[in-house]
Design a protein around this ligand. Sequence first.
Ligand SMILES: NC(=O)C1=CN([C@@H]2O[C@H](COP(=O)(O)OP(=O)(O)OC[C@H]3O[C@@H](n4cnc5c(N)ncnc54)[C@H](O)[C@@H]3O)[C@@H](O)[C@H]2O)C=CC1
Ligand SMILES: O=C(O)C(=O)Cc1ccc(O)cc1
Length: 306
Amino acid sequence: MSDPKFRRLALIGIGLIGSSIAHAARREGLAEEIVISTRSEQTLRRAEELGLGDSYHLDAAEAVNGADLVILCVPVGASEAVAKWIAPALSPGAIVTDVGSTKASVVRQMAPHLPEGVHFIPGHPIAGTEHSGPDAGFAELFRNRWCILTPVPGTDPEALERLSAFWRACGSMVDTMDAEHHDLVLAIVSHVPHIIAYNIVGTADDLETVTKSEVIKYSASGFRDFTRLAASDPTMWRDVCLHNKDAILEMLSRFSEDLSALQRAVRWGDGDALFELFTRTRGIRRSIVEAGQETDAPNFGRDVKR
Ligand SMILES: NC(=O)C1=CN([C@@H]2O[C@H](COP(=O)(O)OP(=O)(O)OC[C@H]3O[C@@H](n4cnc5c(N)ncnc54)[C@H](O)[C@@H]3O)[C@@H](O)[C@H]2O)C=CC1
Ligand SMILES: O=C(O)C(=O)Cc1ccc(O)cc1
């Protein structure tokens, strides 16, 4: 078993995920020192008010100085700029990772800029909410959630084990896979569902025959679930769409084909086809619940207005 503890943890970006890591690392004693950097002065001050770290820096290079674990917690489209910025200041032997929702693009953006001698291991905790910013984080976010690491060939096994131990200590279960496969899997289980949510809420908002106040007043819980997803951070999801384009388009085209078949079944009153699909999908839900991957409150009851 590897030691999950690090001397100096640098978090670049301190929104929902960065602040949740800060809380979990603090609670579990995973870093002697937590160093925080983010782009906006206002967010950095807020992180300081919340006591998320031990020091606060607008300069990301200054923040990674002497860090043995560096975690990028920024929208995926910012990965290259941050990698370029921190590269000259990274310590030899440091583990550099990220939490981005897409992986192949992050590897393409970061790997060319990182110096030899640092261990670059991309990562993605499959845990989140629709909230963003440093106030949104909480230590429990990663508990019983998977964290996928996508090590590149030749990754030092000891560094991989140390990072895995860190995530396990945060409460996660760890899996590894290659970045391209990650992007395909996440396209269907996360990216396309968010796109569908953005789309259906947008469609409801555009209707001429049903008013906005009726949509708000009579929204059934299914529609409300969509509105929760559709309230997710626009910058983050713009970047996901731009940086996992091929896998998302592939899954969207499969989705459209299946939607057309469903539309046909509704049009022609094909009850057997509808019943067969709805029975099959109910089974998937039951398997998720049995695997302990569903909570009564998917966002941990955090859908209160902030
Ligand atoms: N929100 C979620 O549910 C999940 C998000 N992720 C991934 O985690 C990453 C962070 O997401 P959140 O924490 O939700 O976002 P957030 O919007 O709450 O926080 C993003 C942070 O990055 C900072 N930032 C933005 N551009 C920057 C730049 N160029 N340089 C330095 N700092 C910069 C912002 O100031 C903010 O502190 C994203 O890559 C996202 O795909 C992964 C799992 C779940
Ligand atoms: O809020 C939700 O339901 C989510 O799906 C959270 C989430 C968003 C993005 C990720 O990359 C992983 C998890």
